[in-house]
Design a protein around this ligand. Structure first.
Ligand code: FES
Length: 108
């Protein structure tokens, strides 16, 4: 089973099992990682924002225009920001590392 790591806001690293075909958002929810995902993957929010580890960013499929538009609204946007619901786990992404942003638009 592939794995991925979430780096929480306080720097804690959590390595979790990442079943193929699930999105990073779904994987986070399975393991009680604190990513909201208010629209459940329909690209109508930016609360599933994650910051991808720089070494992994180029291995991801490029974001669609819709994803880019939503990302523009995300809080704490960074160069390697992506929407967690659009990142689907594949064998190639085994070991993926993403960081939670400092907050979302509805928090803090
Ligand atoms: S959950 Fe809303 S865009 Fe990802």
């Amino acid at each position: 089973m592939p794995k991925m790591t979430f780096v929480e806001r306080d720097g804690t690293r959590r390595e979790v099992e990442a079943p193929l075909g699930l999105s990073v958002l779904e994987i986070a929810h399975k393991h009680n990682v604190d990513i909201e995902g208010a629209c459940e993957g329909s690209l109508a929010c930016s609360t599933c924002h994650v910051i991808v580890d720089a070494g992994w960013f180029n291995k991801l499929e490029s974001p669609t225009e819709d994803e880019e538009d939503m990302l523009d609204l995300a809080f704490d946007l960074q160069e390697t920001s992506r929407l967690g619901c659009q990142l689907i786990m594949t064998q190639k992404l085994d070991g993926l590392v993403v960081k939670l942003p400092a907050g979302s638009r509805n928090a803090g």
